[in-house]
Design a protein around this ligand. Structure first.
Ligand code: ZN
Length: 242
């Protein structure tokens, strides 16, 4: 069994709000942190350019984080486009499909991402794999569920004969609580970095800068992000729901 360093982590980092918050969470905890992204034929490459920008800027927030943030890897996974159409890989409408799942669901995506993350962590000697999946506000994606992740941890540890740990700091948080977590980890500077430089929009629209960041404002991902931001600001100002 290869040696895994306990205080090291691999963050599955897409360039979105959730994975950027997970990256800060890992940087605050572990001595050595690496990142992993996937080019799976996303319709919009804006996500991949955002991740480069966030990685460059998050280092500047803390001298400790500069020392901790290590290598970044992007793996190419063109095969998802070949498997069939989804709203994230093809120009199809965002809607509920006959299966009851949204058309933004890319079947098998998180299962493959986390299995490849396990392979990378195994090779790099990193004990922990951090992913921003969330069951609270989830968009109906069964591969974001806590039980899916726990089952996958068992499967990769059996299949690799190792002891990796899958960590999901956002699993039970609302989007408002995810903003609060960013505030707790990196203050206003981190919140502003996430607002300005992360990308969540399914349409790949950077366009207008809203209070909650850039995006089309209409797709489910933008609506979730906007509602979470409004709730977070409302809580911060001591309004109803605080
Ligand atoms: Zn959008």
């Amino acid at each position: 069994m290869p040696e895994l360093a306990n205080d090291s982590a691999l963050v599955v980092f897409s360039g979105g709000q959730d994975s950027a918050t997970c990256l800060a969470w890992a940087l605050a905890r572990y001595r050595h942190v690496e990142t992993l992204g996937f080019d799976y034929g996303q319709r919009h490459s804006v996500e991949l350019s955002c991740r480069t920008e966030v990685l460059a800027r998050i280092r500047t927030l803390s001298p400790g984080w500069v020392a901790r943030l290590g290598a970044d890897t992007v793996l190419s996974l063109d095969c998802f486009k070949q498997l069939g159409e989804t709203a994230l890989t093809h120009d199809v409408e965002i809607s509920l499909t006959a299966s009851g799942l949204p058309s933004t669901f890319v079947p098998g995506r998180n299962l493959v991402f986390l299995t490849l993350a396990a392979a990378q962590a195994f090779r790099r000697g990193l004990r922990r794999i951090v992913t921003g999946v969330c069951e609270t506000d989830f968009s109906g994606y069964p591969d974001c569920r806590d039980d899916t992740i726990k089952a996958l941890q068992v499967a990769v540890n059996l299949g690799l004969e190792t002891r990796l740990v899958l960590e999901t700091p956002l699993m039970w948080l609302t989007k408002a609580q995810t903003w609060q977590l960013a505030q707790n980890l990196g203050g206003e500077a981190l919140v502003e970095l996430i607002l300005e430089h992360t990308h969540t929009c399914y349409q790949g629209s950077r366009g207008q800068r809203h209070a909650w960041g850039h995006g089309c404002g209409a797709c489910p991902a933008c609506q979730l992000r906007a509602a979470g931001w409004a709730q977070y600001r409302n809580n911060a100002s001591g309004g109803p729901g605080a």
